[in-house]
Design a protein around this ligand. Structure first.
Ligand code: PLP
Ligand code: COI
Length: 368
């Protein structure tokens, strides 16, 4: 038999190890029994959502609800005049057992910009953050395992609720956040997909609401998106609405191209300022690439070595080729993701999952 008296240091180490194991074990045990690795990017009911009402010119207390439905007046401004805005971010269950959220303050700031754009009261950053943290903690059993590659999608929604038929901003608003576990936005995850330039439909105008995250932009994109799918493409690709000369967005994602060790992405007044794109520009710079944000004429597509679509849902969705049906041109970037896109993807994901150093302070631990 082998006896060993453990030292204080050893016992401390064992205790810390055991309690860390215990905490992780408990967390895993408290999770829903789902097929995490095979989730789609779809809606699934979770346990709670959080709500806050704006009345008499001020925001009220945060309320927790387990109700999926909203009881609303049929004349609410969000239903008739599109006074609604949303956001999208994710919570990641990390290999160290913690749960992190990514750049929450940036989503709060973008929502505030949207609020100014369509005359809604701004949701204060602290309220936004508190509600995000609360809804993630309340639904922690629904946060997918690290190994599955799935995440918890967080959907903040702001709607005008006052009953009126005149076209004016609402007086009352509901801000709510729900969460739902999601798998990859595109089936196949980090794999290249074909896109198609659609010229006869615009999702937004140069001085319109394209820079805001309002539902109307997405309604405006449905026809073109459906057309692209019917023709066998993953997504539609927009040129600027005024001149049809420059690249705007790819479906619900920003575009970037890579050439000569440079990350190039469009500067346009009709695209959503993507937080993923902003992060990738920084990561590219950190990795020693040059970064250019400027108008990109369509012909320049022919010069890129790699191209991708970027957004919260997919991080990067590499583009295999872009067809311009009007001119018959095909811009080819290869059937497999390129090395720079892969490096950018791995680095950003590494930061989101707490594996790589978060030197820009982008992540927040919500559950220790
Ligand atoms: N562009 C549009 C139109 C979007 O809907 C999204 C998704 O939110 C993006 C770009 C990407 O933005 P983000 O990286 O902040 O998710
Ligand atoms: C994204 O997160 O990249 C999106 O495009 C969100 C989409 C579901 C609206």
């Amino acid at each position: 038999m082998f006896f060993h008296t453990i030292s204080l240091a050893e016992s401390k180490f064992l205790f810390t190890f055991a309690s860390k194991f215990e905490i992780r074990h408990q967390k895993q045990n408290n999770m829903k029994n789902l097929d995490w690795a095979n989730l789609s990017f779809g809606y699934m009911k979770t346990d709670y959502n959080v709500r806050c009402y704006y009345r008499d010119g001020k925001w009220g207390e945060i309320e927790v609800s387990s109700e999926e439905y909203i009881n609303m007046h049929m004349a609410a401004t969000c239903l008739h005049y599109g006074q609604e805005a949303f956001e999208g971010l994710k919570a990641y269950r990390c290999p160290d057992g913690k749960v992190r959220v990514f750049r929450v303050k940036d989503n709060a700031a973008r929502l505030q910009s949207t609020c100014r754009g369509i005359m809604m009261p701004e949701v204060p950053t602290e309220l936004f953050e508190e509600m995000v943290h609360k809804v993630v903690r309340l639904n922690q059993e629904w946060i997918p395992t690290y190994e599955s590659g799935a995440t918890l999608y967080i959907r903040p929604l702001l709607i005008g609720t006052s009953a009126q038929v005149g076209v004016h901003p609402s007086k009352e608003y509901l801000f709510l956040i729900f969460v739902t576990p999601v798998g990859p936005y595109f089936k196949g995850g980090f794999a290249s997909n074909p896109y198609v330039i659609i010229r006869d439909h615009d999702r937004s105008a140069p001085l319109g609401t394209g820079i805001y995250k309002v539902g109307g932009n997405y309604a405006a994109s449905l026809f073109a998106n459906n057309l692209a799918h019917e023709k066998g493409y993953a997504c539609e690709f927009y040129l600027d609405a005024k001149e049809k000369k420059y690249i705007d967005e790819c479906g619900a994602a920003n575009f970037f191209g890579i050439k000569n060790n440079t990350y190039v992405t469009p500067k346009s007044t009709s695209i959503l300022p993507s937080i993923t794109n902003k992060s990738l520009m920084q990561v590219a710079e950190d990795l020693g690439l040059k970064v250019e944000r400027r108008p990109i004429p369509e012909e320049e597509l022919a010069t890129f070595e790699e191209a991708g679509a970027c957004g919260t849902a997919a991080v990067i969705s590499p583009i295999s080729y872009i067809d311009d049906l009007e001119t018959g041109k095909r811009y080819d970037f290869g059937a497999q993701p390129g090395p720079v896109s892969k490096k950018l993807f791995d680095t950003l994901r590494g930061i989101q999952y707490g594996i790589l150093e978060d030197k820009h302070g982008w992540t927040t631990v919500v559950i220790e």
